[in-house]
Design a protein around this ligand. Structure first.
Ligand code: GLP
Length: 245
C-alpha cells in the first residue's frame, strides 16, 4: 500500500517538481511517508520546490515551544517528525493549520487563500476516520464546507485518544475537542487524490463511503461525487465488506 501510494506521489513530483500536495496525518499514511523518505535518500527524489498543505490540526495545540505539554501531539509535530525533517522540503513551503491561532476564523480564510495562491492542490492524500470523516469533517459537515473550526465527535476523540494521548498519559478530558480542518468543498477541489485505509476496523466505514448512499453523515462518501482522479488503496481487511470488488 505504502509503496503504491508513494509511487503515485513520486511520479507527480518528478513530472511537476513544484507541485502542491495535500497531506494527511493518522497512522495510515506513515508507511507512505517512510517510503517517500527512502525515495528521497536512495533515489534523490527532490522536494525542494514542493509545496504542502495539511488537512487539519487540533485547536489549542501546536509546535509552540512554550507549550511543551502539547508539543508531541500536534499534527505539526507529527508531520515534522514523520516526513519533513527527513527530506529536503523547505519548511516555509509547508502549511499546517495553526492550532494556536488567536483568530481561527481569519486564519481559516487565509488558509483557503494560501491554497488558491499556490494554484490549488494537485494531489490530496486522504485517510478515513472511524466515523467516515476526511480531515476532521465530522458527520453532518456540508459537502460545500470550507476550512473552518469543527467540533470532534465522541468517536473521533476515542479513536485518536489512543494514537496520540495514551502514550503521553494525558487524560481524555484534556484532549482538544475542536480542530481546524479543510472543508469537504476544499478537498473536492483537489485535482487528484489518493485515499488509504487498512485493517478490519475500517471495513464497515470504507464500504459505507464507497458503496453506500452519498450523505454528509459519512463525509468520505463525497468520494462518489468527486470529479478528479482518485485512487483508493486498501488492504484486504479494509476492503472485506465491499460488495462490488
Ligand atoms: C484523524 C485525522 C484524519 C485521519 C484519521 C484516521 O482523525 N484527522 O485525517 O484520516 O485520523 O486515522 P488513522 O489513519 O490513524 O486510522
Amino acid at each position: 500500500m505504502s509503496k503504491y501510494a508513494a509511487g503515485i506521489i513520486a511520479d507527480l513530483i518528478r513530472r511537476k517538481p513544484d507541485c502542491v500536495l495535500g497531506l494527511a496525518t493518522g497512522s495510515t499514511p506513515i508507511g507512505t511517508y517512510r517510503e517517500l523518505i527512502r525515495l528521497h535518500k536512495e533515489e534523490g527524489l527532490d522536494f525542494s520546490r514542493v509545496k504542502t498543505f495539511n488537512l487539519d490540526e487540533y485547536l489549542g495545540i501546536g509546535m509552540d515551544l512554550s507549550k511543551p505539554y502539547h508539543l508531541d501531539q500536534s499534527y505539526a509535530r507529527f508531520m515534522y517528525e514523520e516526513l519533513f525533517k527527513h527530506i529536503n522540503i523547505k519548511l516555509e513551503n509547508t502549511h499546517i493549520p495553526d492550532g494556536l491561532t488567536k483568530n481561527p476564523e481569519e486564519f481559516c480564510k487565509a488558509y483557503e487563500e494560501e491554497i488558491k495562491k499556490a494554484g490549488g492542490i494537485d494531489l490530496q492524500v486522504l485517510g478515513i476516520g472511524g466515523d467516515g470523516h476526511w480531515g476532521f469533517n465530522e458527520p453532518g459537515s456540508p459537502f460545500t464546507s470550507r476550512t473552518r473550526v469543527e467540533a470532534l465527535t465522541k468517536q473521533t476523540i476515542d479513536d485518536n485518544y489512543e494514537a496520540f494521548y495514551k502514550a503521553a498519559g494525558i487524560p481524555k478530558e484534556e484532549m482538544p475537542h475542536y480542530a481546524i480542518t479543510m472543508g469537504i468543498g476544499t478537498i473536492l477541489e483537489a485535482r487528484s487524490a489518493i485515499m488509504l485505509a487498512n485493517g478490519a476496523k475500517k471495513a464497515d466505514i470504507v464500504a459505507k463511503a464507497l458503496e453506500g448512499p452519498v450523505t454528509n453523515e459519512v463525509t468520505a462518501s463525497a468520494i462518489q461525487i468527486y470529479k478528479g482522479d482518485i485512487t483508493v488503496i486498501l488492504d484486504k481487511d479494509a476492503a472485506s465488506k465491499l460488495k462490488n470488488l
